[in-house]
Design a protein around this ligand. Structure first.
Ligand SMILES: Nc1ncnc2c1ncn2[C@@H]1O[C@H](COP(=O)(O)OP(=O)(O)OP(=O)(O)O)[C@@H](O)[C@H]1O
Length: 280
């Protein structure tokens, strides 16, 4: 298959039998005359991870905005559970089971983990908070995602970066998310912490959730992705299924193969030039 094949969903889609939770079909969005996104296709199926890759300004945040109900598309359509849908707000999207975990995670760092897990949705009985139940649920739900909490009363800000991401993801799953949109969850994390988050993404997929992983890191995308949507300057310039691409090809596609080759050529010339000048 040519690396330059443009857009569109792959012709042979082995996962086509799995139900699509949400699908963007040819969506476009402009802001004050600036074209942020144009004709982008992206499908999120139950039990699959769709990795959306793109460099700065590629349109990743705009796509998140459309999938999460923050913006309405100017063109194209969103299809939820097979029905053309227009979200009125992010709340509306959440009510349909589409949850977004933004980079700020919406956590209160000084509050205990269990309070952050519920954050305004704590169960009560006769007006009294059922704190013991909240603690038990938070510990059990995080354990399902492989996070063993030392103490549910510890402030969430004392957890590691990867563990904090996991609290936000486990919370969304517990409160009914069927599709999770994760906005660059590993962007600020090192290798070990990224591993914690990537394992949690795999667990979410195993539980039948659909996951959209937004990232500019092809290694992280390849580690967990079932399909890859590559955005460039607001357009889908490649769409690959996992068995159609190797990690190296994905990295090259992401970097823009021709641009990367040009960069290697220029750097080799500079190195050869420098070696020539330093030769006796
Ligand atoms: N509210 C806005 N007003 C004007 N232009 C916008 C707005 N939001 C996005 N854009 C433009 O749309 C294009 C895509 O931006 P977007 O933020 O979606 O990209 P991105 O892939 O998320 O980038 P980054 O990784 O740098 O956050 C950019 O050219 C950006 O300047």
């Amino acid at each position: 298959m040519s690396a330059g094949r443009r857009s569109g969903l792959p012709a042979a889609d082995p996962a086509a039998g799995a139900p699509a939770i949400i699908e963007a079909r040819g969506v476009g969005k402009r802001f004050d005359g600036v074209r942020a996104l144009s004709g982008v296709d992206c499908v999120v199926r139950a039990g699959e991870v769709t990795a959306v890759l793109g460099d700065n300004g590629a349109g990743k945040s705009t796509l998140i905005g459309l999938l999460s109900g923050m913006h309405a598309p100017d063109s194209g359509e969103l299809v939820v559970d097979g029905e053309v849908t227009r979200f009125a707000s992010p709340r509306d999207a959440r009510a349909r089971g589409i949850a977004t975990v933004h980079q700020d995670l919406a956590l209160a760092p000084l509050m205990p983990v269990w309070r952050n897990f519920f954050l305004g949705a704590e169960p009560t009985r006769r007006g009294l908070l059922r704190a013991a139940e909240c603690r038990r649920v938070a510990v059990a739900e995080l354990a399902r995602f492989g996070i063993e909490l030392r103490d549910p009363d510890q402030p969430v800000g004392t957890l590691s970066g990867g563990e904090r991401q996991c609290v936000a993801i486990a919370r969304a799953a517990y409160f009914g998310a069927r599709a999770l949109i994760l906005d660059e969850p590993t962007a600020a994390l090192g290798v070990h912490q990224s591993g914690i988050v990537l394992r949690q993404i795999v667990r979410a997929r195993e539980r039948g959730l659909g996951v959209v992983l937004i990232t500019h890191n092809p290694a992280h995308a390849y580690a967990v992705g079932d399909r890859f949507v590559l955005l460039r300057r607001g357009e889908t310039f490649a769409h690959r299924l996992r068995d159609e691409v190797t990690p190296e090809e994905l990295a090259k596609l992401m970097a823009g193969g021709a641009e990367l080759d040009e960069l290697y050529r220029e750097v080799s010339e500079l190195r050869a030039d420098r070696a020539g000048r330093m030769a006796p």
